[in-house]
Design a binder for this molecule. Structure first.
Ligand code: AP5
Length: 214
């Protein structure tokens, strides 16, 4: 199974991807995570991407499509993928078609999380992750069971993203409206798009996704 999770920043793509990984053994392919890893490692891709990401703009189509192709090549043939934050532009959507066709894969579902943009700023500015294992949390909506200790790995260090401030979030939202939403008709024409209320609580969103992919 190969699924695209679409939605503006803070819609819950990463949160729901982690749950699909846990339940179905799918592989989460987050171009945002790949780019952040490249920035941290100081690779040539990371050096190009850093300022663009901090400004809330989109990294070049060629870079992200190459990252996705490499990740798919490293996966087992039988393992399904969740595309989290990719594709984000029409050229990326066309690139993904070619990348999948070359590897004998096909897209099964495109799921868009519909959200109220004003709530997203609150979600994003409250977000933090475990520095050791990457598990996501939120100051208000998903705190660790024991304050200061990661539920998953027991780590004690947490971090926040440099692009999770209100001004950058507004730019990221505008980029989503202008460049990513226009790709939906490509998949609508194939009859594989489903919309979910991303404002529902996390468990309801998970249940709605499960119903679509069942
Ligand atoms: P990326 O890392 O993909 O960020 P994003 O799309 O802006 O999405 P987020 O990770 O911010 O949000 P999310 O939807 O995953 O929400 P989450 O589950 O964490 O991209 C970052 C940057 O990299 C881009 O700006 C761009 O520069 C570059 N980039 C990446 N991919 C690219 C591409 N393909 N092309 C070009 N450039 C690219 O949830 C947010 C918070 O809300 C969490 O704290 C969570 O606990 C909470 N939450 C989640 N669901 C709920 C719920 N139902 N109710 C209440 N709280 C919730």
């Amino acid at each position: 199974m190969n699924i695209i999770l679409l939605g503006p920043p803070g819609a819950g793509k990463g949160t729901q991807s982690q749950r699909l990984v846990d339940r179905h053994g799918l592989k989460q392919l987050s171009t945002g995570d790949m780019l952040r890893a490249a920035v941290k490692a100081g690779t040539p891709v990371g050096l190009q991407a850093k300022a663009v990401m901090e400004a809330g703009q989109l990294v070049s189509d060629e870079i992200v499509s190459a990252l996705i192709g490499d990740e798919l090549d490293a996966m087992g043939e039988g393992q399904g993928a969740i595309f989290d934050g990719y594709p984000r532009t029409t050229p990326q959507a066309h690139a993904l078609d070619a990348i999948l066709a070359e590897r004998g894969r096909r897209l099964d579902h495109v799921i868009e999380l519909d959200v109220d943009e004003d709530a997203l700023v609150e979600r994003i500015t409250g977000r933090f992750t475990c520095g050791a294992c990457g598990k996501g949390y939120h100051d208000q909506f998903e705190r660790p069971a024991v304050d200061g200790t990661c539920d998953r790995c027991g780590g004690h260090e947490f971090k926040r993203r440099p692009d999770d401030n209100e001004q950058t979030v507004r730019t990221r939202l505008a980029e989503y409206r202008a460049k990513t939403q226009p790709i939906l008709p490509i998949y609508d024409a194939r009859g594989i798009v489903a919309h979910i209320d991303g404002m529902a609580d996390m468990d309801h969103v998970t249940a709605a996704i499960e119903a679509i992919i069942a």
